[in-house]
Design a protein around this ligand. Structure first.
Ligand SMILES: Cc1cc2nc3c(=O)[nH]c(=O)nc-3n(C[C@H](O)[C@H](O)[C@H](O)COP(=O)(O)O)c2cc1C
Length: 175
């Protein structure tokens, strides 16, 4: 893994084609073991920079932590998740994806790593996801203690989903 100084967000969006899939595989801690060519091109990173790096290398600071908690809670419990994620390229540009993250198991049913496929999301879905994520992120930032912020943000997300009578999974597919 090569290190680099994290970019500052540019506010510029980048896109990839609807038939393309951004793929990565990680170990159990989220360290990147594989990234396909589409991942390299869209993120702007070289393979040598990505391999061995934590997946948070492409984390966008605008993303609410509640979504990553939901992602990890789901996959660590052996389930798969579809999630909208705003990622940050090496340049600081952002790109939205609809990610499908799945655990990989060994013969004894133990989780040995994770896999993610990402497609280009519909703009109409992003128009609904982005305001919710902004709300969650603002809640997280309004608490001096990060943990308190996360608890409040998760509670808000769960509250919104409960009042709509849907799970996150159902909400994702309703957009
Ligand atoms: C297979 C897999 C794929 C992931 N893909 C992304 C991704 O595309 N973008 C991202 O920000 N985090 C992704 N994550 C989550 C990161 O591991 C991390 O939890 C997240 O970036 C938040 O980082 P932080 O906890 O350091 O704030 C992925 C995790 C796994 C296991």
């Amino acid at each position: 893994m090569l290190t680099h100084t994290r970019a500052v967000p540019t506010g510029q969006e980048r896109f990839f084609d609807t038939e393309e899939i951004i793929v990565s595989k990680t170990d159990c801690t989220g360290k990147i073991l594989y990234a396909n060519d589409v991942f390299l091109r869209v993120s702007g990173y070289d393979e040598a920079e990505l391999l061995g790096a934590p997946h948070s290398i492409i984390r966008h600071p605008d993303m609410p932590r509640a979504v990553f908690k939901l992602l990890w809670d789901t996959v660590e419990s052996g389930h798969e998740i579809f999630a909208y994620v705003n990622n940050m390229a090496r340049s600081g540009d952002y790109y939205w994806v609809l990610a499908h993250v799945t655990p990989s198991f060994d013969r004894d049913g133990r989780i040995v790593g994770y896999h993610s496929n990402r497609r280009c999301p519909d703009r109409s879905a992003i128009a609904k996801v982005a305001p919710l994520y902004d709300q969650l992120r603002d809640i997280e930032r309004s608490f001096p203690d990060r943990k308190d912020g996360l608890v409040a943000s998760v509670a808000r997300l769960e509250g919104i989903l409960a009042s709509a009578g849907v799970s996150y999974h159902e909400w994702v597919w309703s957009l």
